[in-house]
Design a protein around this ligand. Sequence first.
Ligand code: G6C
Ligand code: FE2
Length: 347
Amino acid sequence: MPVSDHQMISAWDEVLRLSQVKAGQTVSILCGPHTHPLTLRAATVSAQRAGAIVTKIELPPINAEKATSRDLLNYLGETPLTGNKAAIAALKNSDIVLDLMLLLFSPEQMDILESGTKILLAVEPPEVLVRTVPTEADRQRVLAASQLLKRAKTMHVTSPAGTDVTFKIGDFPTVCEYAFCEEPGRWDHWPSGFLFTFANEGGSDGTIVIDKGDILLPQKTYASDKITLKVSEGFVRSIEGGIDADLMREFMEAYKDPEAYAMSHIGWGMQPRCHWHTLSLYDREQTIAMDARSFEGNFMFSLGPNNEVGGQRKTACHLDIPLRNCTVRVDDTVVVRDGKVLDEAFQ
Ligand SMILES: O=c1ccc(O)c[nH]1
Ligand SMILES: [Fe+2]
């Protein structure tokens, strides 16, 4: 549905308030030709209303010739910021960057965060943003879940469809996403409301079954039939099934990069204002499908890079695959049972 300027500005006001943006601070807004004009306009007005010093940095796009679609997450790692010393200097000297372009999984993002600058990613359409304005309660709930995950050594996931996979964890940090940045050096993504860690290198073994209705990203399709992945020593060794498996296999082969088959982040969704069915109501190119990554009770695994948390893998191929109806055990505690988050596990 259309969103009014007033509603979008009010949404940004709340997100900037939660992100502790104060008068006199520097807010840099990173944008590109794909940035939604209402999102950009409202972010600019809202930052000024907060009394911030606002800079807009628009960068020309890249990677068109490398990606096989227009999805922003279809080719990761190199961004329009790569090698741009002038823009990087400006962003490092900002208190917060509103990333309306998408830097995810880029070395530049890590570099800017290390300077203490906050980065908030927001590239979903305005109506998705206003539906998923974050709350302090979202933050408390995801942080409570992270207390368990960050101490854990194993994650074991099963499902009626046949998933039975075990991940050794603990070598990488736990990442909480709750859609605002209240501390220096923090990255977050609006919309979100989920948490994850990365499997230890070589520490993933078992079978993952992508069941009918589970979602493949960045394809933004609901699997029409089962896809069975055999995982051993941290890598997907086979992808079996029907046409969806063939499409997934060919998509990954196109990158000609063995690291594309490595296990990346693993975690679960905790956002009640995001839904499994939302993607079915959108043209695929209208959204990067954050509802699919965030909906309450999903188990989301991903393949490819782990440089986001200091790992060595920078492959441009990244799939996020949220599954329904899974049971997720972290050490001996069940945190999600049959696709339902068990909050009592985090008390
Ligand atoms: O918010 C996000 C979005 C994509 C991703 O791969 C991780 N987190
Ligand atoms: Fe991902």
